[in-house]
Design a binder for this molecule. Structure first.
Ligand SMILES: Nc1nc2c(c(=O)[nH]1)N[C@H]1C(S)=C(S)[C@@H](COP(=O)(O)OP(=O)(O)OC[C@H]3O[C@@H](n4cnc5c(=O)[nH]c(N)nc54)[C@H](O)[C@@H]3O)O[C@H]1N2
Ligand SMILES: Nc1nc2c(c(=O)[nH]1)N[C@H]1C(S)=C(S)[C@@H](COP(=O)(O)OP(=O)(O)OC[C@H]3O[C@@H](n4cnc5c(=O)[nH]c(N)nc54)[C@H](O)[C@@H]3O)O[C@H]1N2
Ligand code: SF4
Ligand SMILES: [Mo]
Length: 751
């Protein structure tokens, strides 16, 4: 407490993957006075971006939903929690009784930043036991997780670039200077990239747009969207051809498939792919030589390499190159973090596992395979709109705005109106939740605790940081784990007032029992009752987190390991605990069935033919659309905060001068963009930042629907780029949506 009654509080920012430590100053009445970067944070060291300080505006936004809302005679009106749950129980239970698959769930991105939802979201999905589970993962990183699971055994065994120690970083389809990093938790990427260059290292960026990251790089190459896999294969080709492929004895010994890879790469010479990618063969050869020649190098790809036609192959090839150049799993290369809690590749016998299993069921209409227990969201509207057994009749959205974020927005928007019931756990009445029959609100981030259970699995340094709620939680706005358990109660047939405490105790017991059954567990000799006793008086996410930390790789093992990690230890460290730089983890981290790195998994080999066929296309003249992330924007949901949207409108269409001339467009004037699925009008910004033949429009906008409550956002709605994204365009292997490289037609709006 400061002398004037003010106090300082610390909290990890929950908005993006960088996990920055924040320092908040509050007055005696608990009003937030300021939010700054926490200089003492062990990971972010004071770094903050404009969104971090906008948490104050988010906390105070009068448009946020503050009580449950239920639809009554067509309109949403405030209701009590009891009334809301009674309605849900009355209308959901009969549908579930007829067909569990008739109830779909969609989980959005904020769940990945929310301890309650990470731990209790799956309690709900399990209780529902429907095949129709969807998430933002299939408009995002599923291809990377699929490739990683096939190669290394689990979907969270993802190699991240060791940015702080590398000498050469090759980035494809990522713009960490705007996004602040993804599948690479690394606060202050600008600082880290500048340090890389300051120590003599080289940064190369491959992107159809000269992004902010590309501007910082030593070298930037435009690439035709969707052709990274061809480029990466050609680099592999050169490595083999010029005898530069050398994983070293350690990796070679644990890798299966090197010879087959050589054969596959033979079909992708730089000369063959050059025209398709738009990069000269000699440049590709030089890139390969420099990558192989660097003392320590890493290849990293993200949204641009995932949300495209060959998302899984491109994601796979990123690690193929890391391995071929001997940079996988070594300092300065691409390494496997070791999270303090919940890391699937740290439990059980080291170096062995069941491997990846996909396609345990498939989508009803298009027959797309299940991955990690979910179906591609590109199928959601057809599952709602196609009659027959298994048709989706009810939808629960949890922290997601699929109408804006997923392909063919107009179709999904219409489909949501056809549902018999829609329930949304959300903080805004937006383009998606305006369709809901019930909206269940969530507390402000300042009124809940935080631990980045998922993001630390991808961090460039091993760290752990727990934040208690900055402000006292309010009884009228319970934390989401309570809401999720109550919903799980309905799904399990317990009615609208299930005993949340009893359900929670059951969740904790089940997690303990799973731990006790895990071979090699540090608590194998203990009993569930004993451990439950030691976790008292904690409940909810804190109880589960304490359990995961204490049985995790740095844990105190409930007394077995002196000075080991526990939630109490994290509570005593408000700036986080640094667990050190990444360490080599292979072969122990492998969970493949054969205990080896599967360099050329079967499903991947099967898809290479599709990639080969793409080479026949040659140089394509078709105009395609890509996206663009912006620092002051966060997918679709922070456009209601004046501090982030002030200034001139940013949702403009980037068009190269040559294309502007070709399509007779004028800077600042509206243009009409058309795809198979729809049409939008966007203001043209003529710029050489995009390559010819490619136009770029940010996603997340389009806030002009009726019935939303977002007064600021609807003043500057912008066009919704996903009206143009085609739900039929997917990465065939993973079912992930193609959001980059969408064929479009362009004309002046006046025409
Ligand atoms: N064209 C194109 N489309 C894209 C992308 C792209 O690059 N281009 N990117 C894709 C990617 S990577 C992603 S991750 C998706 C995101 O897709 P979504 O997750 O569907 O969309 P968001 O905009 O993140 O929506 C988040 C929702 O969560 C709500 N929310 C915020 N905080 C909370 C909370 O604490 N609790 C609850 N219950 N709700 C909360 C917000 O009000 C909002 O409705 O978009 C994808 N769509
Ligand atoms: N400010 C801000 N930060 C965010 C978000 C946000 O909306 N705003 N969203 C968060 C989320 S959910 C995510 S998943 C991450 C994403 O993090 P990033 O992947 O770093 O984000 P993007 O800016 O979408 O970067 C993708 C880049 O790929 C390029 N690209 C498009 N198509 C291709 C292609 O075919 N090949 C290649 N090589 N490049 C291509 C685009 O031009 C763009 O520069 O960002 C997170 N951080
Ligand atoms: S970079 Fe990400 S985590 Fe850091 S302050 Fe900005 S939004 Fe928050
Ligand atoms: Mo994302």
């Amino acid at each position: 407490m400061l002398t004037n009654g003010h106090r300082t509080a610390y909290r990890t920012c929950p908005l993006c993957e960088a996990t920055c430590g924040l320092e908040l100053e509050l007055d005696a009445k608990d009003r937030v006075l300021s939010i700054r970067g926490d200089k003492a944070d062990v990971f972010s060291r004071g770094f903050i971006c404009p969104k971090g300080s906008a948490l104050k505006a988010l906390h105070e936004d009068p448009d946020r939903v503050s009580t449950p809302l239920i639809r009554d005679k067509g309109e949403l009106r405030p209701a009590s929690w009891d009334e809301a749950f009674k309605l849900i129980d009355r209308r959901l239970s009969p549908i579930l009784a007829q067909d569990r698959n008739a109830v779909a769930v969609y989980l959005g991105n904020p769940n990945a930043h929310n301890l309650s939802n990470l731990l209790y979201g799956r309690v709900l999905t399990r209780a529902l036991s429907s095949h129709n589970v969807y998430s933002a993962s299939s408009v995002d990183q599923i291809p990377k997780q699929m490739a990683s699971a096939l190669m290394f055994g689990t979907g969270t065994t993802v190699a991240v670039p060791d940015v702080d120690r590398t000498d050469h970083l090759l980035i494809l389809g990522a713009n960490p200077l705007a996004s602040n990093g993804s599948l690479m938790t690394a606060p202050d990427m600008r600082g880290r990239l500048r340090a890389l260059r300051a120590r003599g290292g080289k940064l190369v960026v491959i992107d159809p747009r000269r992004s902010r990251t590309a501007e910082e790089a030593d070298e930037h190459h435009f690439i035709r969207p969707g052709t990274d896999a061809q480029l990466l294969f050609a680099i592999a080709h050169v490595l083999f051809e010029e005898d530069l492929a050398d994983p070293g004895p350690r990796l070679t010994e644990m890798t299966a498939g090197l010879e087959l890879l050589r054969e596959l790469a033979a079909g992708f010479s730089p000369e063959l792919v050059s025209e398709v990618c738009g990069i000269a063969a000699e440049e590709i050869r030089r890139m390969a030589r420099e990558l192989a020649g660097a003392p320590r190098a890493a290849v990293y790809g993200r949204i641009g390499t995932c949300t495209q036609e060959f998302g899984t192959l491109a994601s796979w090839l990123v690690d193929v190159l890391n391995l071929l150049t001997g940079n996988l799993d070594r300092a300065g290369g691409a390494m496997f973090p070791l999270g303090a809690a919940g890391h699937s590749n740290a439990a059980g016998p080291p170096g062995r596992g069941r491997g990846a299993r996909f396609g345990r069921f498939s989508s009803r209409v298009r027959g797309l395979d299940e991955l990690f227990g979910e179906l591609p969201v590109a199928c959601l509207s057809e599952e709602i709109q196609t009659p027959g057994v298994g048709q989706v009749r009810a939808l629960i959205t949890i922290g997601g705005n699929p109408v804006i974020s997923t392909p063919n927005s107009d179709r999904l928007d219409a489909a949501l109106d056809e549902l018999e019931l829609m329930v949304s756990l959300d903080v805004y009445v937006n383009e998606t939740t305006r369709h809901a029959d019930v909206i269940l609100p969530a507390p402000s981030p300042l009124r809940r605790s935080h631990y980045d259970l998922v993001l630390y699995l991808f961090a460039v340094r091993n760290v752990a940081h727990y934040s208690p709620p900055v402000l006292e939680p309010q009884a009228e706005l319970p934390d989401e784990w309570v809401t999720l358990l109550r919903l799980a109660g309905v799904a399990a047939g317990m009615g609208p007032d299930a005993d949340v405490a009893a359900l929670d105790a059951g969740v904790a017991r089940a997690l303990i029992e799973r731990e006790l059954a895990t071979p090699g567990s540090p608590v194998a000799a203990r009993s569930a009752d004993e451990l439950l006793g030691e976790l008292e008086p904690r409940v909810g996410p804190e109880r589960l987190l304490d359990l995961l930390l204490r049985t995790g790789p740095y844990g105190d093992g409930f007394g077995a390991q002196q000075d080991g990690l526990s939630l109490a230890a994290l509570e005593a460290a408000p700036h986080g605990i640094d667990l050190g730089p990444l360490q080599p983890r292979l072969p122990d981290a492998l969970r493949t069935a054969g205990g080896r790195i599967e360099l050329v998994p079967e499903p991947i080999v099967a898809d290479v033919a599709r990639l080969r066929a793409s080479l026949q296309r040659g140089a394509v003249d078709e105009l395609v659309l890509i996206g663009r992330r912006q620092l002051r924007s966060n997918n679709s949901w922070m456009h209601n905060l004046p501090v982030l949207v002030k200034g001139k409108p940013r949702c403009t269409l980037h068009v190269h001068p040559k294309d502007a001339q070709r399509y007779r467009l004028t800077d600042g004037e509206p243009a009409r963009l058309r795809s198979r699925t729809g049409t939008v009008l966007a203001q043209v910004e003529i710029t050489e930042l995009v390559m010819p033949g490619v136009v770029s429009l940010p996603h997340g906008w389009g806030h002009d629907a009726d019935g939303t409550v977002q007064s600021v956002a609807s003043d500057q709605p912008g066009p919704n780029s996903n009206v143009l994204a085609d739900e039929l365009l997917i990465d065939a292997l993973s079912g992930n949506a193609v959001l980059n490289g969408i064929p479009v037609e362009l004309s002046p709006a006046a025409a």
